[in-house]
Design a protein around this ligand. Sequence first.
Ligand code: ZN
Length: 124
Amino acid sequence: MHEMGIVSGILTASVEAAARENATGINEIRIRVGELTEIIDDALCFAFEALTPGTLAEGATLLVERVPGRSVCAECGNSFNHGRFDVTCPQCESFLCELVEGRELEIESIDIDLPDENDTGETP
Ligand SMILES: [Zn+2]
């Protein structure tokens, strides 16, 4: 499964980033996935749940933000959003369009748990 490798990469990067901050755990990982990547959300979540146990990200939430496809028309300069199969300029119906967004696959943010030094074992 393609998504398994993707999540594995995201997880490695996230756990490394969290470890650098001396985090005790990861609460949430937010990623941006372009509509044109053919990545399936459900498969990402499935892979995430399969790979996180035993890591800093165990029990964390994976939030997937979808980025719609966007192209700029080479004929009239119009910029427009589109799905995977309808890359045609809505203004002049040209097929000469250059994709500018929609192939993203990146970590947007990671929410980590930091050890609270002021609140350890000192409570009455
Ligand atoms: Zn156009």
